[in-house]
Design a protein around this ligand. Sequence first.
Ligand code: NAD
Length: 481
Amino acid sequence: MATIHAPLFIGGEELEAGREGTATTYDPATGKEFATYAVGGIEDVDQAVAAARDAFDSGPWRRLKPFERGRILHRIGEGLLARREEIARNLVLDSGKPLRDAYWEVDCSARFFEFYAGACDKLQGTSVPLGPGVMDWTIREPIGVSAQIVPWNYPLQVAVRGVAPALATGCTVVIKPASETPLALRELAQICREVGLPKGVLNIVAGSGSVVGDRLARHPGVDQVTFTGSVQVGRRVSEAAAVNAVPANMELGGKSPQLLFADADLDTSLPIVHSGMYLHAGQVCNAGTRLLVERSRHDEVVERLHRMNTAMTLGRGLDDPDMGPVVSAGQKRTVEEYMAIARSEGQLLEGAELPGDSSLSDGYFVRPSLVVAAGATARVTQEEIFGPVLSVVPFDTAEEGITIANDSEFGLVAGVHTTNISTAMLAAQELAAGQVWINSFGVGLDVEFPFSGYKRSGFGREKGLEALDGYQQVKNVAVAF
Ligand code: NAD
């Protein structure tokens, strides 16, 4: 029986039910109900946008001294850390991820608030030299009401990745969580209230993509849209934003390559390649799902990775296994369909046994897998699966490896594993990706550098100081004297 409930959060008030009532959410490890949530409808979105509009136009937020805004953001980060255990456990039950990954998500979310808290009083403009008799300068102002639509894989971290810089600039926000993970922002709302974030500055409306998401994206009261999710939905949200002629940040999918050169130290590189792929069962936008290996090491790499997969443990996230379930029955079906495609295109090597515990038999578990000999253009190598399926493709020269890496409609990130500095530099210059990791794949609580994709992986930038640009507009003032 569910005991946890996530209300809507509009104008500083928690609403136990939305216009579409309430619904149940399921633990991916057991397939059983574990919480309920309020389901918003069109009127809830309208109400939330009105609250955000009012909080922006006439409220105190954007008029606060910047350092005072920063203090409030800092306190939100502290609030997240103070409730780390509770939030992490709910994230596990919501999304299925192992507990250590959920702790990382809370820590990283707190870092976003800390980082942008420090930026609030440094949003400076420039002075423009025009010669005698004129003074000219630029001012950076908040863009207004930001509509944010987020996915389920990192439902707190991806949400605050957009919320924290938006609030730092003085914007107000309406955010829609994914239906699979409606619980993730419950504590955030409570913390915002506790630390004195003014009413209406942050509003949360859960509900379906086609109702709440669509209304939010095309709402005329919105000044900017940040969308994180699939290319398919991103196109629709871009169109909706275009109807209102407002800017949009698109953080979309990926099929990111990891290039493993023959000179790499496999003892160091393979654990990085492996975790860069199988973290959260491969349900990571920047998962390194295409492994391109210099041919002379191909068979050895396949054998070692397969052994690593076989040694993995699968189980419920709260027991902190190597890999948890995928998020939903639908996602499990999608992954299994791709596994069938992989078998027809190449060879599918499945690792880790499914959990033997009968209480988990209804959970959404799939086995970590490698696909060999499918080739660079196979569907399984080209399409985003969003599950634990790694395609391995051999290459002969650095140029060929880079060409294969770039042969994708996506361009989110790329990994390079080599001990040769010239190879690393060549790859960094030539790879068509928003971020290139050399001898790494993700580094710590990475909030400081810009992140987003080339090609279909999106546009606009999240994280780092660059993210602030998406939530500001530039005013120029010229004074003749
Ligand atoms: P999705 O596109 O199905 O859904 C994303 C969000 O959009 C959800 O909240 C959903 O309810 C909403 N939505 C659905 N239809 C809508 C509509 N018509 N109008 C407005 N909103 C709508 O994606 P998902 O399955 O939740 O997440 C997986 C995808 O997200 C993958 O492609 C992954 O690569 C991508 N992703 C990208 C990043 C990044 O930073 N680039 C980060 C995480 C996930």
